[in-house]
Ligand binder design. Structure first.
Ligand SMILES: *Cc1c(COP(=O)(O)O)cnc(C)c1O
Length: 239
């Protein structure tokens, strides 16, 4: 346990250095970028250590792993982000612990989130997940709505009780015109965010960048980076 603490502290320090350097290179203040640690597949004991080390934002992508972990850690001062593809039958459970759902990508999901948020008496922040590998009106391979669908979905979230439209999220695409071009992909997301903020000025969160490409995301203007592997290690299984 002491070893794990030392390992996580050292990894966190390295990630912190990378974010600080990326901010400096981009002429941005360090406070403009928030680190979200993606704890998927790792145990609640790691989440507890991270909280002791000062982490305040964590993310998970599978409700069956996240729900018991969040329950175990309910005494900790953490904000929980849900970043995985979300089935409507899991929404009630997710709303029980998630402060922010970053993977909002279809109307049916918005309706379900609103209903459960109201039932639970909670406010859930929502990011629209943008698929930069989708055609004009399709959905992406790993979830997300095509850029052309953002406006309609944003209006729906903004008008739904229990939900707060917080901004946009993307995962750098593996296919399509942005494959291997993270900087261009994140630049496109920033342009879409500018468009969104013209209509919804408070929806200013831009969640982009992971272990491999956080520098490109910070350079483009991301407000939140989601880092798993570089903090916790290579995941023992796909997640
Ligand atoms: C797993 C995951 C991350 C973190 O990825 P790493 O490469 O481990 O940093 C970020 N965002 C989403 C949506 C994820 O599923």
């Amino acid at each position: 346990m002491a070893d794990r603490r030392g390992e996580l502290a050292a990894n966190l320090a390295k990630v912190e250095e990378r974010i600080a350097a990326a901010c400096a290179a981009a002429g941005r203040k360090r406070e403009e970028v928030t680190l979200i640690v993606v704890t998927k597949t790792y145990p609640a004991s790691d989440v507890r250590i991270l909280a002791e080390l000062g982490v305040r934002q964590v993310a998970e992508n599978k409700d069956q792993d996240a729900a018991p972990k969040a329950a175990d850690c309910s005494d900790l001062p953490l904000q929980w982000h849900f970043v995985g593809q979300l089935q409507t039958n899991k929404v009630r459970s997710v709303v029980g612990y998630a402060d922010v759902v970053q993977s909002v990508d279809r109307a049916r999901l918005v309706t379900a989130l609103s209903k459960e948020a109201v039932r639970a008496g909670r406010e859930v922040g929502c990011l629209i997940q943008v698929a930069l590998d989708a055609g004009l009106s399709e959905r992406g391979e790993r979830g997300g709505v095509a850029p052309g669908g953002i406006g309609e979905l944003a209006a729906l979230v903004a008008g739904s009780p229990g939900l707060r439209l917080a901004g946009l999220m993307t995962v750098a695409p593996l296919t399509g015109e942005y494959a291997g071009r993270q900087r261009a992909a994140f630049g496109r997301l920033m342009d879409l965010s500018t468009d969104l903020r013209r209509v919804h000025p408070a929806a200013n969160m831009v969640s982009a960048g992971m272990s491999a490409d956080l520098e490109e995301a910070v350079a483009a203007g991301a407000t939140h980076v989601r880092v798993g592997t570089s903090v916790l290690g290579v995941r023992p299984r796909l997640g």
